[in-house]
Design a protein around this ligand. Structure first.
Ligand code: ZN
Length: 227
């Protein structure tokens, strides 16, 4: 989790796509660091499958304490909010609709909406169909899609169910809304430069990258970087 101290103390809802370590690694320390100061539980929104993995393999008293059973002087410090794959749930003012994507393990993509607009996030995925079908029924203002590996690692990408710039281009062919801006997420850090170089070759001005640690705000038309 790339957040400042102020953001950390404001975040009380965490939505998980799946339980792979690069998506949950910050979670145990996030709770631990704030344990005594939490005045409300941190809510973990995840499918029951992901929750079972967290309880069995992470918060199992051996790897880390089972925070879901612990309280500080204010009460519970962490609680699970299970959602059903394919269903929807609210997090404050936002509506999350989950869509199963194509990863090595069960993984959710989301359409996230407030009163005025919707954005879509793939999570980790390889090629997919139902995600695009769900998006085709809606007006989506921005799409955040993964592209983990460069083209030369296509075999590894295929084995681990991730996208490369070439397979990303094939996926975007299925996304009919040519107006929608596309933001690249979840690039494996060591390959960031080569993935971005290869995406540039696709010559699609609507594709941009999002950087970890930066803050973006929806302007109504695009995601503008504010810091
Ligand atoms: Zn993954």
């Amino acid at each position: 989790m790339a957040v400042t101290a102020a953001e950390r103390s404001a975040i009380r809802d965490i939505v998980l796509t799946h339980a792979h370590l690069d998506h949950i690694a910050g979670l145990p320390l996030f709770i631990d660091d704030q344990f005594s100061e939490l005045t409300e539980a941190v809510r973990i929104h995840a499918t029951s499958e992901v929750i079972e993995i967290l309880e069995r393999d992470v918060f199992n008293w051996s790897v880390y304490p089972r925070f879901s059973e612990l309280e500080n002087s204010h009460g519970k410090v962490m609680e699970y909010r299970p959602f059903v794959q394919g269903g929807s749930f609210r997090v404050n003012d936002l509506l999350f609709e989950s869509i199963e994507v194509n990863h090595k393990v069960p993984c959710s993509g989301f359409i996230v909406s407030d009163d005025s607009s919707s954005i879509a996030i793939t999570g980790d995925t390889a090629d997919m169909d139902s995600f695009w079908t769900a998006l085709s029924r809606r007006k989506i203002s921005a799409l955040l899609i993964e592209c983990a590996f460069p083209n030369e690692l296509s075999e590894l990408a295929e084995m681990s169910c991730h996208l490369t710039p070439n397979t990303l281009a094939a996926e975007l062919e299925k996304f009919k809304d040519a107006e929608c801006e596309v933001y690249i997420i979840n690039i494996k850090p060591s390959y960031r430069e080569s993935v971005l170089r290869q995406i540039k070759v696709l010559n699609s001005p609507r594709i941009r990258d999002l950087q970890v640690g930066k803050t973006y705000e929806w302007t109504g038309e695009s995601l503008g970087q504010v810091s």
